[in-house]
Write a protein that binds this ligand. Structure first.
Ligand code: APR
Length: 244
């Protein structure tokens, strides 16, 4: 592990253009459960019902119940951990140009990262499906005390978090920017992702195809381990500060 850590920091110190690609694993030590792997959310809830566009339109109450009982309380109290903070420091040093994240918890921004691309949107706000008016999530959470499905105060339409659900398209702007970073970087830090969900998981592939050096930090093996220069299996909150 020690050699791999010094190899990873060697690659980073030699790179001018580093990009980070993160998944739920980087927020695990902040108390936010991951989706897959041990105790993952999808082992307890059906993603079709709890996180698909189809499921949401069919029965928004299911989505909001999971959000109210599970997701929001945990995210509301979560704080950035040393893994998020290490990436913010690397960005301050001028080496890290962007964090491309699949996470919706806002912890990278809270840790001080400035250039964050949220591929799967953000749970920090909600929007009306009818008139697109946006709401801070705390305001929406208040409505959940009295109703199963929060409604727009202007037009009465159903509200949905500004999170990309399964079956919904990702923002073209976010994808374009991410592809550009992946094609231009010398090194990519791939942290806390099972690399199971596309098109997001295609981004580290682009980086490797374009000759970037890949450093993987993950608790378990990933499908891209064989393409990485360095693979560090362990906790991001412990490993990243050591690399930095
Ligand atoms: N440090 C590093 N890695 C960790 C840690 C940790 N402390 N804890 C767990 N992991 C690893 C797990 O081993 C797993 O491989 O993080 C990975 C998390 O994988 P997923 O739960 O699949 O999360 P992610 O890759 O972000 O999922 C992608 O799937 O459900 C959708 O939209 C959702 O954005 C999500 C997408």
């Amino acid at each position: 592990m020690k050699d791999s850590i010094s190899k990873a920091s060697e690659i980073i110190s030699r790179s001018d253009y580093v990009v980070a690609f993160t998944g739920a694993g980087i927020s695990a030590e902040s108390g936010i459960p991951t989706f897959r792997g041990e105790g993952g959310i999808w082992s307890r809830f059906d993603p079709e019902k709890a996180a698909s566009a189809e499921g949401f339109l069919r029965n928004p109450a299911d989505y909001w119940k999971l959000f109210k009982d599970e997701r929001f309380p945990v995210m509301r109290s979560a704080k950035p951990n040393p893994g998020h903070e290490a990436l913010a420091r690397l960005e301050n040093s001028g080496k890290l140009r962007a964090v491309i994240t699949q996470n919706i918890d806002g912890l990278h921004q809270m840790a001080g990262s400035k250039h964050v691309i949220e591929l799967h949107g953000s749970a920090k706000s909600a929007a009306c499906l009818k008139c697109s008016k946006k709401y801070a999530i705390e305001k929406v959470y208040e409505q959940l005390a009295a109703r199963d499905v929060p409604l727009c105060l202007v037009c009465g339409g159903v509200l949905k978090t500004t999170v990309v659900l399964f079956g919904e398209p990702l923002s073209q702007e976010a994808l374009r920017e991410s592809f550009l970073h992946a094609s231009s970087c010398d090194a990519m830090l791939c942290i806390g992702s099972s690399l199971a969900v596309y098109p997001a998981a295609g981004i580290p592939h682009i980086a490797v195809d374009k000759g970037a050096k890949l450093i993987i930090v993950n608790a378990e093996p990933t499908p891209l381990d064989s393409a990485a220069r360095v693979v560090l299996h362990g906790k991001a909150g412990e490993i990243l500060p050591k690399i930095m």
